[in-house]
Design a protein around this ligand. Structure first.
Ligand SMILES: C[S@@+](CC[C@H](N)C(=O)[O-])C[C@H]1O[C@@H](n2cnc3c(N)ncnc32)[C@H](O)[C@@H]1O
Ligand code: SF4
Length: 374
């Protein structure tokens, strides 16, 4: 049986944060119930699509805020998945949460359903910053949600943290990371705030109401957070992700390793049989009309593999690349590799080619060197 990951998009939030352009709508119970019905149909479609060929070894409930929906509705989704798709008994099953949506009751229900990994959006532990970015919780509530999750049986916990926020200082970033480390989480996702078109922060910046940190300051925040995490054994394994050994997110690793996954729900993306497809970002379309296919040719797949793998600290596996594409990586990219190595942007051993720390800072530039060059 081949392995596959399953992503379920839950498109509801209590209130939209000022920076976020993930697809989500304001929650209400009628829309939730309709969404669940549609999802049950979509899961059913995958019963035949997966055709006893696949076992799911990761499941990821992402959002939006999956922890808003009624636990009995979430259980319907979990039951339907178990009924339609073979789920590995050691599967990693993650749910994303906003701190203010975690109660003893729903945490216990998630454990009961087999959910074994929790990803909590902490973002910052500075109340002023949390307010500015439109979060619905303060720092104290965020920290207490981690305690509550641990008290209710979650040991595999990730915290999302953001830096590069207007008004944020290096001290703020260090203070946030330090307090989270003290809570003994197993994983931290450390994201640089990106201004997304159409979000309130984007408009505020355009209207000179806020000023983004200088690029140099952004890098200093990144270095400070990274170094603090590494001092506490949270090892970097991807540009934005740090984990204790053995706690790397198996689901997200599928994306960076160009492995197969299916995404269910509005705006979810899939990759199966070398085809990428995605669902429209709306709650209206009929499930049977939802899927948009995009076929990737060999050259696209090769470039994509490089692009995704360079995000990982392990880098590109030369052997895997050669097997996958029946070619000779070192030969076809000889020129680019020499140039990038000379400029201290990549490093390599016999088996891997990876970004140097300097290369990580300008990873987009490094990656473009591999485009259209075969
Ligand atoms: C889809 S959200 C789900 C988490 C959950 N809804 C919450 O906010 O608590 C995943 C994470 O993406 C990050 N994120 C969202 N928009 C971002 C942006 N514009 N720039 C950087 N990180 C962002 C945040 O750290 C957020 O926790
Ligand atoms: S960051 Fe999370 S809670 Fe905020 S709008 Fe995005 S998905 Fe919703």
């Amino acid at each position: 049986m081949k392995k596959i990951g399953i992503y379920i998009h839950v498109p509801f939030c209590i209130r939209k944060c000022n920076y976020c352009d993930f697809y989500s709508v304001r929650w209400d119970s009628d829309t939730e119930n309709k969404y669940i019905e549609t999802m049950l149909n979509e899961i059913e479609i995958y019963r035949s699509k997966l055709n006893n060929e696949y076992t799911a070894d990761t499941v990821f409930f992402g959002g939006g805020t999956p922890t808003i929906i009624n636990t009995s509705n979430l259980k319907k989704l979990v039951d339907a998945l178990n009924d339609s798709i073979e789920i590995d008994k050691n599967a990693e099953i993650t749910i994303e949460a906003n701190p203010n949506t975690l109660t003893r009751e729903n945490l216990a229900a998630y454990r009961e359903m087999g959910i074994n990994r929790l990803s909590v959006g902490i973002q910052s532990l500075n109340d002023e910053i949390l307010r500015k970015i439109g979060r619905i919780h303060n720092a104290d509530e965020a920290l207490r949600s981690i305690d509550r999750a641990k008290d209710n049986g979650f040991e595999n916990i990730n915290a999302d943290v953001m830096f590069n926020i207007p008004g944020q200082t290096i001290n703020d970033v260090e203070d946030t990371i330090y307090k989270i480390i003290k809570k003994e989480v197993k994983h931290i996702s450390f994201y640089s705030l990106k201004l997304e078109k159409g979000t309130p922060l984007y408009t505020m910046e355009k209207n000179h109401k806020i000023v983004m940190p200088e690029e140099e300051e952004e890098r200093e925040m990144y270095y400070a957070g990274r170094s603090l995490m590494e001092q506490h054994s949270l090892t970097q394994y991807e540009i934005s992700n740090f984990a204790l050994k053995g706690y790397e997110c198996r689901h997200n690793l599928k994306y960076w390793n160009q492995e197969e996954y299916i995404g269910l729900g509005p705006s979810a993306h899939s990759f199966m049989n070398n085809i990428r497809f995605s669902n429209p970002s709306d709650l209206k379309s009929d499930v049977s009309e939802r899927i948009i296919h995009e076929k990737l040719g060999r050259d696209d797949l090769m470039f994509e593999y490089i692009m995704l793998r360079l995000r990982l600290t392990e880098g590109i596996s030369i052997g895997e690349f050669n097997d996958k594409f029946s070619t000779d990586f070192l030969k076809i990219y000889n020129e680019q590799l020499n140039y990038l190595q000379k400029n201290n942007l990549i490093e390599s051993d016999e088996r891997h080619v990876k970004l140097t720390k300097r290369g990580m800072d300008i990873s987009n530039y490094v990656i473009t060197n591999f485009n259209n060059s075969y």
